[in-house]
Structures are given as C-alpha cells and as structure tokens.
Design a protein around this ligand. Structure first.
Ligand code: G4P
Length: 532
C-alpha cells in the first residue's frame, strides 16, 4: 500500500465519558464487532472505585508494562481502527486530556438518566480547544432516562456545540422499542432477551409505511411526529461541519445490550476523519509528507522496581516510522533508534517493523522522553497542542530523609516527566510545589517515591487557586510583577514563569493592576487574553 492508502485506511479515536456512563462497555462492544475479542468481559475496566492509592497501584500492577489496554487496534470493515484508552478516574483527567491530543476524533458517551455531567463538560472543553470532531452516543436507553429532545437541548447549552441526531429512540426505559436510523432510514428493533451482535434491521424508507405500526404499535405515531420535528428543527447533517468540530452527530442506544452500537460504528467508519494534519511551532505537518514525524503523549512506567523501564507512547504524524532507523529527538538534539517498537493489535503486543500516520507505537525508554517530545528525520520542529493545564491542588514537597535527597530529586523529576503531576520550583530557595488535579495523585507519588526510589516525603497543603503562566512584551513590568509577587512566583519544568494565584479575587486584581502582562491558564500560550 502507498503512504496515502495507509493513511486512508486508518482512524484513530478515543471514547470519553463521565465515569459510569458506559465507556468500558462501549469499548468492549466495539472490540467484539471488530473481532478483536471473542467474549464480553475481556476488557478490564481501568476504573478505580475506591479513592485510594492502593487501588490504583493494584490496577497498575495488573496492567503491568504490557499496557495492552492503552491502545487497542482492531479492524472493522476495510479500516484499521486505533482506539486509545483514557483513564476513568477524574483525578487522572490530565492524562485523558493528553491522550486527546493524539486522536483525530472522539466518541462521547452520555448516560441518558444523568445527562451532561461535570467531567463531560471538561472533556468537551478540551475537544473544542482543538476542534476535534465529536460523535455523541446517548447510552442506557433501556433505563428511564430524560426526554431525548431535552437531552439534545442540554448537550447544546452545556457543551456549547450544535448537535444533529442521526438515530432516534422509539420510547425509552421499559417501553424502549428500538432506534430509527435517520441516516439510512432503517429501523432496528430492541429485544432485551437478545444481546447478540447480529444485525437485525428493517428498512423503512417511508415512515407512513403501515409496517411501522405493525412493528412498534402505539409508538409509531410518536416516532412520525418526532422525526417530523427533527427534520423541521435541525438542518441536514453536514459532514464538513462535523469535521471542523462545529456540529456533533448524536446516536442513541444501549451499550450493555449491544443496541445501537453497530449504527454508531458504521457511521463512525463512514464519517470520522482519517489521520489529520497537526500544528507544530514552525508549520503544519501533513500526514502525507514523506518524512517521518511523531510525538510522545503518554509515558507508562513499570512500577516494579526490578524492571525500571518505561514505555513512551508515540503518535505517528507523518511519513513512515521504521524499526532500527535513526531518528532525531528534537529536544535532546540526539539521534535515536528503536530495536523493539511495540504495536498493540487486539490484545497482543508485538514488535512492529513500520508504522504509519495515525498509529500509536510503544517505545522502550530509559529516561530520554518526556511528554510532548517530538521525533523527526532531522527537521527542528515541535508538535503543539500538548499543554499542561493549571492544576487544582497544590502541595509543597517536604523531604523526610535528607540522606536520600538525590533519590527524591530523581524520582520527582521522572514522575513529573511521565506527567503524573506538575512540578513548580520556587525561585528563592529551590522549594518544590507539586500540582495535580486530584488528591489521589499525591498518594500515588508518595507510594512510588518510596517503593521505586527509596525516598520518603510528605506534602504540605498550599492554598492556591490557579497556576498562571505569565508573559509580557514589557520586560520592566514583568520584572516588577515578579519582584512584588516573589513569594508566589515559581518556574515550571520548561523554565517558564508561573504565578500561583492565591485566590480568584487576587488574580483578577493583578490582571487589572498589570494590564501589560498576559496571564495564561495553560502552558501553551494563546495570544488572546484570558480572564479568571
Ligand atoms: P465507564 O467505563 O464509563 O465508567 O462505565 P462502564 O462501561 O463500566 O459502565 C458503568 C455501568 O453501567 C456498568 O454497570 C455497566 O454494566 C452499566 N451499563 C453500561 N451500558 C449500559 C446500558 O446500556 N444500560 C444499562 N442499564 N446499564 C449499562 P456496573 O453495575 O457498574 O458494572 P457491571 O457489574 O455491570 O460490570
């Protein structure tokens, strides 16, 4: 196959949801349809039910370095689909945000009973930042959920995106009869006793066909009215608007009952983008370019201290990756080759000879990579769009064993390279502030520092509201601000100035007092001014 054919053959995406909406269940059904697994229950949920580090550690141990669940590749029809896994726990949301930088589209799962939930909103914000195309799957239609029209309104208002239903439920809950596919005008009837993956659809091109009354009885008239309303209210589905992230097609179903999943997957295959171009600090990179480029979006460490190796997950962006060929590690200005790059087809990990745009490969790493690192065939460019977001919890790291300072230093560096947490260093005195999105990460850091590096520490809570990356074209003002706020100024891992704002009120005050400064809430600065 030519490079172009390889690219057109691939679709790389992630399923995202608020915990419990059905992400794991839908993933499993996709793999069943793709023939990648044979039985239900084969996909291990990476859900952490208790908020305890021990629970997290147990899951990490089970997953081990095989990490087969991080990327699941499978074939469906004539396409190769790379499904990237995202952590289910909200404390690891940052990991999910980074994974979203490596996909070309997402499927967002919503629980029809709960509607749009907190985590759904945050995930969508990240998708909107990058104009990622989104397909919505409204799940659990076998339960007494909200009215589908209300759900669509909620999606539009809370997620700030236009929606267009492509399938429509016939009743809901215990009277749920099935879905009508508005795209290819067919009816899929729901039989709760039948949870096979067989396709069982009836073509009903004209909703006035009396066959509809025979099949769904009293619900036929409601369906006719609903569809009329939909056609009146919503514009025809426009694939271009979906591609540019302006409109999200919506499907209804019940993942656990295997219902509506095939419609979703068939539509995904048809409309979801193939590997797309990506921004770098110097130019856009097109997947069809001959020369290889790629970036690391995730690092998975082996937490067994006897095997301290890690796997860096690299998304191929252009050209062809080849085993044992020298590539350029842009940040380190170093030539590197990889003898055992891994690929993850179905549940097996195997050594791959070559990989193409859209593919994710695992590179064994002894500490050369950090998140966001770029590999090229020589060109000096760095992929953008892998920002750090402001953490929500800040704590100062206190060393409990001065004899182990070196180990602690190394451990903290490596764990923050992996993206477990963000490290900020105070200019005066080299004190370390760790920022995370959840409490669980502090327990994880504590555990790993002790078990992997033999270093003991504790954390002292710091009352900060937000981390703001500070820039200005007025150096004098910048220095004045830094001098005045010396106690709240820190440096991030890349040497950028960061102001840790103690409260929203103080942040707004500083924004007013220093109009010459720009306060950014992600490490990748946008030019527009942001408000607290
Ligand atoms: P997550 O990965 O998004 O956190 O969700 P997951 O798939 O684990 O699903 C959460 C719960 O919702 C599971 O039940 C799952 O069986 C159930 N579920 C998924 N899809 C549907 C659906 O279409 N209808 C109904 N009624 N339930 C659904 P659980 O009791 O937490 O786990 P399990 O014991 O069933 O595995």
């Amino acid at each position: 196959m030519s490079l172009k054919e390889e690219i057109n053959h691939r679709k790389t995406f992630a399923i995202i949801s608020h915990p419990d909406a059905g992400k794991t269940t839908l993933t499993e059904k996709f793999l069943l349809f793709g023939g990648a697994i044979q039985t239900a229950g084969a996909v291990k949920s990476n859900k952490i039910t208790k908020t305890a580090a021990s629970d997290f550690m147990e899951i990490e141990r089970q997953r081990g370095i095989s990490v087969a669940t991080s990327v699941m590749a499978f074939h469906y029809r004539d396409k190769l689909i790379n499904l990237l896994d995202t952590p289910g726990h909200k404390d690891f949301a940052e990991d999910t945000y980074r994974t979203l930088t490596a996909v070309d589209s997402v499927v967002l799962v919503i629980d029809c009973v709960k509607g749009v939930e907190a985590q759904t909103e945050r995930l969508m914000e990240v998708c909107r930042m990058r104009d990622t195309p989104v397909i919505v799957f409204i799940n659990k239609m076998d339960l007494e959920g909200q009215d589908p029209f209300d759900l669509l309104d909620e999606l539009e208002t809370k997620l700030d995106i236009k929606v267009r239903p492509l399938s429509w439920p016939i009743s809901i809950g215990h009277t749920f009869k099935g879905v009508y596919n508005l795209y290819d005008k067919s009816l899929n009837l729901f039989d709760p006793s039948k949870t096979t993956i067989a396709k069982d659809v009836v073509q009903i091109k004209d909703l006035n066909d009396p066959k509809l009354d025979e099949l769904v009885g009293e619900h036929a008239q409601q369906l006719r009215e609903d569809v009329e309303l939909i056609e009146g209210v919503y514009e025809d589905f426009d694939p271009e608007s979906y591609m540019s992230g302006e409109i999200a097609p919506v499907f209804f179903g019940s993942a656990v009952n295997n219902f509506g999943v095939r419609e979703l997957l068939d539509a995904f295959i048809e409309i979801a983008p193939t590997p797309r171009s990506r921004p770098t600090n110097v130019r856009m990179v097109e997947p069809t370019e001959d020369k290889f480029t790629g970036f690391v979006f995730k690092i998975h460490a082996n937490i067994d201290p006897k095997h301290r190796d890690r796997i860096a997950f690299l998304r191929v962006c252009s050209g062809k990756f080849e085993r044992n060929k020298f590539f350029n590690h842009v940040r380190l200005e170093k030539k590197m080759k990889f003898a055992n790059p891994a690929t993850f087809l179905a549940q097996d990990k195997s050594v791959v000879e070559e990989a193409f745009p859209g593919d994710v490969i695992g590179l064994y790493d002894t500490g050369n990579f950090k998140i966001g690192d770029t590999l090229t065939e020589g060109e000096q460019l760095t992929f953008q769009g892998i920002p750090s977001f402001s953490p929500e919890i800040f704590k100062e790291l206190v060393n409990l064993d001065p004899m182990k300072s070196k180990q602690l230093e190394k451990g903290v560096q490596q764990l923050t390279d992996e993206g477990v947490a963000q490290l900020f260093v105070r200019e005066n005195g080299n004190r370390k502030i760790i920022g995370t999105v959840g409490e669980l990460q502090f327990e994880v850091i504590n555990y790993r520092l002790e078990h992997e590096y033999g270093a003991k520490c504790r954390f002292e809570a710091k009352n900060y509201f937000k981390a703001c990356w500070i820039t200005s074209s007025d150096n004098q003002k910048l220095n004045e601000f830094k001098r005045l706020k010396v106690n709240d100024m820190v440096i991030d891992k890349d040497g950028n100035d960061v102001y840790l704002a103690p409260s929203q009120f103080l942040l707004q005050m500083e924004q007013q007092n220093f109009p010459e400064l720009e306060f950014h809430f992600t490490s990748e600065f946008k030019t527009k001014k942001e408000t607290a």
